[in-house]
Write a protein that binds this ligand. Structure first.
Ligand code: GLA
Length: 754
C-alpha cells in the first residue's frame, strides 16, 4: 500500500513500512524503514536530518542553517554540494563539473509498474508503484525514482531513470538503482562470496566507519561477490536484504558515516562505466530488490516467494522440474553415440526424466581448445545427426536437453576465422585468454543475429526440451567495434543488454523449453538471468560437504526451484572425497535434482539406491523445490535443513555430520518452527547400505518394516524437546538405525501433520 499524508510518502507491505518526506526546500528526507507502522501520529519527531552545526560541516543556505547535506537521510544522493558520502549519481555536464542539488518536483502513484529495463520483475493487480520526480536546482536534469511494492512478499523494488533535458550531451559516470540511509551504525554485513567451485559462501562482519564495498568487475554478476547481501542490526536483530535484477558488473557499498548513519548503495558498478546521454535521452537503471524482516530466515523466505512469483515466469513458473542426467562428468569430451545411448538406457531404467547432452557435440569441439562458436553438429560424434539422436532419447521416454555456450568463441574456430572483429579485444593488443576462448561482443546486433539464427535452427531441428546456457570466462580487454557503443565505457552494460535481447528472443520462440543458465557453475547466478531462465547451475563443485556451504549460501537469497543440484561420482571429481550415494542425494535433493556420473558404472546396490532416491524425490518434489526452506543453526558439527510445503503439511529434513565423533552422543531432532498443538507423523527415508561394505551384516534396518515404522509426536514435543535419534556411532534410537552415520553421513526424515 502506498499513501501520501501531508508531506510524507508511506509505503507499506504486510510486515514493513518505508517512509520519506519532502522538506520545505524540496529535499527528500528518509524517515524510516522497518516494522510496519499504521498510526503516524508523532512522525514529525522521528527524522534526524536536522542537527546542530558542529564544526565546519556545510549547510544548504543561510535561510536553512540546520540543513546539512552531509547528515540528511537521502533517497538519491548527489555529489558536490555538501554530501560527501557515497553518491547515487555522477554526471559530467560536459564541462567537467558534477555538482548537483536534486529537489522534489512531483509524484505519481499508480497500479502496476512501467519499466523499460529488459530484465525486470513482473507485476499484477496487487502491485503498486510510486514515482517521484526530482530535478537539479539549476540544470534540466531529471531523476525519476521508483518504488514498487509487493505487499504479501514484503518486498520493495527501487530503480531510477535519468533524463537529460539539456540541449547537449552529458556523460553519465554512475547511476545507482538504490540508495538508502539508515539512522544507525550498529550493523553487521552478511555477504556471499567465493570463486569457482566455492560460490556464495556466507560471511558476516561488523560494519565500521568507512566504506565497505562488494562488487564485480568480471562482466558477470560473479562468483566473487553476489549482489545478494544483508545487513543485520546488532542491537535488535532486524534484517534488511538487498539484491539486484542485473547480470553484469555491480557494486554494493555500505558507507558508515562519522555521524552514526549507514548508507547502502546498490547498482551497476561505476568501474569502467560511462554512458553518453544525448539531449532528450534517458537512462534506466536495473531494479534493486529490498526486504525487511525480523530474522534472516524470514528475509530469505520473502525473497524466495518474490522470485517464484515475480521473477521466474512463463510455462515453468511454479512447475515441478524434471530429474536429469547430464553426461559431462560421465564422459567429458570422449563422446560417442553408443556410450551416450547406454547412459540414456540406464537413465530410463532408473526413473530419470531428462537427458542432457553437455559440451562437445558440435563443430571441431573434441576438446576445449577449438570449435566454440560453430553451432553445427559434429558428424564424427553423431554420424546420423542430432535429430536422429534426439529421437532416440525421446523414444526412451526421456526429454532431450542440450548444452550451448553462445557468448564465446575459440580462436581456433570457423566463426573466429570468418569474423575476428566479433570478439572483444583491443586492436593492436594481445587479449587475455581464458579456457582457450574469447568473448563475443554481444553489443553487436550482427553477433546476436548470427547466434539467434544458429541456435534457433539447432533447438527446433533437434526438438530440444531443455537448454543449458553456459558462459565460461570473464570479460577483459574492453573494446567494441560496434557502432552502437559510444565509448568503451558503455560496453559492459551494452553486453548485458545484448544478452537479455538474445535470450528474450529465444525464450519467446521456445516458451516450453526449460532453460538453465550456467557460468562455470555459479558465476552468473542472479535475478537478471532468472527473468529469462528459471534455473541456474549452482556450482561445478558437487562435493556434498562443500555443497553444504554453497547451497546454504545460495538459498539465503534464491529459492530451491532455481538451484541446480547434482549427485556425482565417488570419489568426487572436484574433491576426491568418498561418500555414500545416499548422502550425496540427501544434499542434492534440496534443489532441482540431477545426476552427472556414469550410471552404467554404478554397482548394483548404488543403482538400486538411485532408483529409490528418484522415486522418493518425485514423491516429495514439491517440498524440495517449492517448500519454505530453513537451515537450523548448526551445533555439534552438523547441518540441519528443512523444507515445508506451503500448505504446511509435509516436511523433509536432513542432517549431515561433517565429522563423525566417536562419542556415542545421542542426536536429537528438534524443529522449532513446527506448530504446537498439532500432531505429526515422522518417518525416516529408507536407504540402501552398500553390501560391499558390510555383506549381510547390518542389513536388518534395511528391511521394509523399517520404512513403514513411523512414530507420532506432538508438535509441542518436537518444537520444544526434540526426539532422540540414537547415538551416531551405531544408532539404535526410535528408528532402529543400526549403522554408523560416518563422516558427512546424512539421515532424512519425512514429517507429516496428521
Ligand atoms: C562448464 C560448466 C560445466 C560443463 C563444462 C563443459 O565448466 O560449468 O558444467 O558444462 O563447462 O565444458
Amino acid at each position: 500500500m502506498i499513501r501520501k499524508e501531508k508531506n510524507y510518502f508511506i509505503i507499506s507491505t504486510e510486515r514493513s513500512s518505508y517512509i520519506f518526506r519532502v522538506l520545505e526546500t524540496g529535499h527528500i528526507d528518509h524517515v524510516m524503514y522497518g516494522a510496519r507502522i499504521d498510526d503516524t501520529e508523532g512522525l514529525d519527531y522521528v527524522s534526524e536530518s536536522f542537527d546542530l552545526n558542529i564544526g565546519t560541516v556545510p549547510y544548504y543556505d543561510e535561510e536553512h542553517p540546520h540543513l546539512f547535506p552531509d547528515r540528511i537521510l537521502s533517497e538519491y544522493p548527489v555529489p558536490g554540494s555538501g554530501d560527501t558520502r557515497e553518491c547515487a549519481l555522477e554526471l559530467d555536464y560536459g564541462n567537467g563539473t558534477e555538482t548537483m542539488t536534486l529537489l522534489f518536483r512531483d509524484y505519481r502513484i499508480y497500479k502496476g509498474k512501467d519499466n523499460s529495463f529488459p530484465a525486470h520483475a513482473e507485476c499484477d493487480e496487487e502491485t503498486e508503484t510510486l514515482e517521484v520526480r526530482l530535478s537539479d536546482e539549476v540544470l534540466p536534469i531529471t531523476v525519476v525514482i521508483n518504488y514498487t511494492v509487493y505487499e504479501k512478499e514484503d518486498v520493495i523494488l527501487r530503480s531510477a531513470r535519468i533524463i537529460n533535458g539539456t540541449d547537449h550531451c552529458v556523460r553519465l559516470k554512475r547511476a545507482a538503482s538504490l540508495s538508502i540511509d539508515f539512522p544507525y551504525d550498529d550493523f553487521d554485513l552478511i555477504s556471499f562470496d567465493g570463486a569457482w567451485a566455492r560460490e556464495r559462501n556466507e560471511h558476516r562482519r561488523h560494519l565500521l566507519p568507512g566504506i565497505t564495498v562488494l562488487d564485480s568487475k568480471l562482466g558477470t554478476s560473479s562468483n566473487e561477490h553476489s549482489p545478494l547481501a544483508y545487513i543485520v542490526r546488532r542491537t535488535t536483530g532486524e534484517v534488511y536484504g538487498f539484491n539486484l535484477i542485473y547480470s553484469g558488473n555491480h557494486m554494493e557499498a555500505f558507507d558508515v558515516s562519522p555521524f552514526g548513519k549507514t548508507r547502502v548503495t546498490t547498482g551497476i558498478n561505476p568501474f569502467m562505466f560511462e554512458w553518453m546521454l544525448e539531449s532528450g535521452e534517458s537512462f534506466q537503471t536495473p531494479e534493486a530488490v529490498i526486504t525487511y524482516a525480523g530474522s534472516l530466515d524470514d528475509a530469505a523466505l520473502s525473497f524466495h516467494h518474490f522470485i517464484n512469483r515475480y521473477i521466474v515466469r512463463g510455462e515453468w513458473q511454479y512447475r515441478e522440474r524434471p530429474v536429469l542426467i547430464n553426461n559431462w562428468e560421465a564422459t567429458y569430451f570422449a563422446l560417442s553415440e553408443e556410450k551416450l545411448l547406454a547412459l540414456a538406457d540406464k537413465a530410463a531404467e532408473l526413473g530419470f526424466e531428462l537427458f542432457v547432452l553437455d559440451d562437445g557435440w558440435f563443430g571441431d569441439r573434441r576438446n576445449d581448445t577449438k570449435g566454440l562458436g560453430d553451432w553445427t553438429v559434429s558428424h564424427e560424434v553423431f554420424p546420423n545427426g542430432l535429430e536422429a539422436f534426439s529421437e532416440k532419447i525421446h523414444e526412451r521416454g526421456l526429454k532431450f536437453g542440450i548444452w550451448v555456450e553462445p557468448e564465446m568463441v575459440n580462436p581456433d574456430s570457423d566463426l573466429f576465422r570468418t569474423h575476428p572483429e566479433w570478439a572483444i579485444m583491443i586492436p593492436g593488443r594481445k587479449p587475455a585468454i581464458s579456457r582457450h576462448q574469447l568473448v563475443l561482443d554481444m553489443s553487436r546486433p550482427d553477433v546476436r543475429e548470427y547466434l539467434y539464427t544458429s541456435l534457433e535452427k539447432v533447438f527446433s531441428a533437434a526438438s530440444v526440451d531443455y537448454v543449458k546456457w553456459d558462459m565460461n570466462r570473464t570479460i577483459t580487454d574492453c573494446f567494441s567495434s560496434s557502432s552502437e557503443c559510444r565509448g568503451n565505457g558503455e560496453l559492459m552494460h551494452r553486453y548485458i543488454l545484448g544478452i537479455y535481447d538474445l535470450m528474450g528472443r529465444l525464450v519467446k520462440r521456445f516458451p516450453s523449453v526449460l532453460f538453465e543458465s550456467c557460468a562455470s557453475g555459479g558465476n552468473r547466478y542472479d535475478l537478471g538471468m532468472l527473468c529469462f531462465m528459471p534455473q541456474t547451475w549452482t556450482s561445478d563443485n558437487t562435493d556434498l560437504y562443500h555443497r553444504l556451504w554453497i547451497q546454504e549460501g545460495t538459498l539465503r537469497g534464491f529459492p530451491q526451484s532455481t538451484m541446480g543440484a547434482h549427485v556425482s561420482a565417488s570419489p568426487g571429481h572436484q574433491s576426491l572425497r568418498c561418500s555414500l550415494i545416499e548422502s550425496r542425494f540427501d544434499v542434492a535433493a534440496f534443489g532441482t535434482l540431477g545426476y552427472e556420473l556414469d550410471l552404467t558404472k554404478l554397482s548394483e546396490t548404488d543403482q538400486k539406491a538411485v532408483k529409490g532416491e528418484i522415486e522418493f524425490y518425485k514423491r516429495y518434489r514439491k517440498v524440495f523445490q517449492y517448500g519454505d526452506f530453513r537451515p537450523l543453526p548448526s551445533e555439534n558439527d552438523e547441518s540441519i535443513w528443512w523444507s515445508v510445503t506451503l500448505e504446511g503439511t509435509t516436511i523433509a529434513m536432513e542432517m549431515v555430520k561433517r565429522n563423525m565423533p566417536n562419542t556415542g552422543r545421542c542426536d536429537r531432532l528438534r524443529l522449532p518452527f513446527l506448530k504446537k498443538g498439532r500432531m505429526y507423523r515422522i518417518r525416516n527415508r529408507r536407504i540402501i547400505m552398500p553390501r560391499e561394505f558390510f555383506g549381510d551384516h547390518w542389513q536388518s534396518w534395511n528391511r521394509e518394516e523399517n520404512e513403514k515404522m513411523d512414530i507420532r509426536v506432538a508438535g509441542d514435543i518436537i518444537t520444544t524437546c526434540g526426539i532422540a535419534l540414537g547415538p551416531q556411532f551405531a544408532g539404535n534410537g526410535f528408528f532402529k538405525e543400526t549403522r554408523p552415520i560416518g563422516d558427512n553421513g546424512t539421515r532424512m526424515y519425512v514429517i507429516e501433520e496428521i
